[in-house]
Design a protein around this ligand. Sequence first.
Ligand SMILES: *Cc1c(COP(=O)(O)O)cnc(C)c1O
Length: 378
Amino acid sequence: METIRMVDLKGQYDKIQEEVDTAVIDVIRSTQYINGSEVKNFQKDFEEYLGVKHVIPCANGTDALQVAMMGLGLKPGDEVITTSFTFVATVEVIALLGLTPVLVDVLPDTYNIDPESVKKAITPKTKAIVPVHLFGQCVDMKPLLELARQHNLHIIEDNAQAIGADYIFEDGNRQKAGTIGDVGCTSFFPSKNLGCYGDGGAVFTNDDELAQKLRVIVNHGMQERYYHDSVGVNSRLDSIQAAILRVKLRRLDEYCAARRIAADFYDHAFKDHPRISTPARSEFSTHVFHQYTLKIKGLDQFELQNFLKEKGVPAMIYYPVPMHMQKAYKSERYKEGDFPVTEMLSKSVISLPMHTELDEEQLSYITSSVLEYMDKDK
Ligand SMILES: *Cc1c(COP(=O)(O)O)cnc(C)c1O
């Protein structure tokens, strides 16, 4: 059996090596390393894939979030509502810009932000909501869009984990995750579903005016060369990374399908187990399984992780400490116990290997190892 990896970037690369190598060497030979034609080409390809008017490539997913908040003109003191059960970047940029992060709880089945909690957290200072499409599945956007309309709020989608997922409206219409709110943000970190071979990110929007602002912000606040009308940042996607992303974008749907096959295998193996809850699948979203995350009952998730490690099965705990309990983001606003679902999840989730190269032999070894532990005192 091939060594089991949490993410198998080498196996994936082997299958596209010739195309990637040629694309990279072409960029090197072109010497257009910064904002070269491949960046523009990728931007166009990605706009088409997402069905969105504007993609603004940038240096990473964290920058994408920051730039989006700057573009919307959020000001120090403005409150931004997001979830406590996320990767730190979401909360970090809010704090970094002097905005006030207002954290709320998530739903126990999807691990995604709870619209009822969002509603309760809205104050006159609230300016934006940041739904995070966690682990590859869309947040229920309908109630959030309704709240945003009622209270005149911006919606910034953190779509670092659900690129390629479809949000399904009640009338059956579909739209790509990240293109539903005012602005969407994503990351091309190597292990993401659409990962490059270094850092990368992008912001996307259908709003022409906002897109123009975002393009200026990522380029030092500069529209005309050496004239700076606003404070910006330097956040660019490398031409080499753009060339790699073009090759991988053509296969993104195929990659999502491979992840879904692995997820189906896991689902089937753990179905009806009294101590294991498999990830819920919402009717309003497809799932692209950035992570396959179980909830376990009655046993310790870290002990399971150690047991699996000894059997050669990597597993990760995303996320062991919720944001409202992190030293950097502690606040008078909340204390331990305030977000019971988030806190329960941080004590019971475990993510299994998930990538595009898992074969049946590996999957059945992983599932039988998990079951061996979960049934150990039967
Ligand atoms: C990965 C990730 C980011 C940040 O992306 P980087 O490219 O690493 O900066 C932001 N939000 C979420 C939810 C992520 O998973």
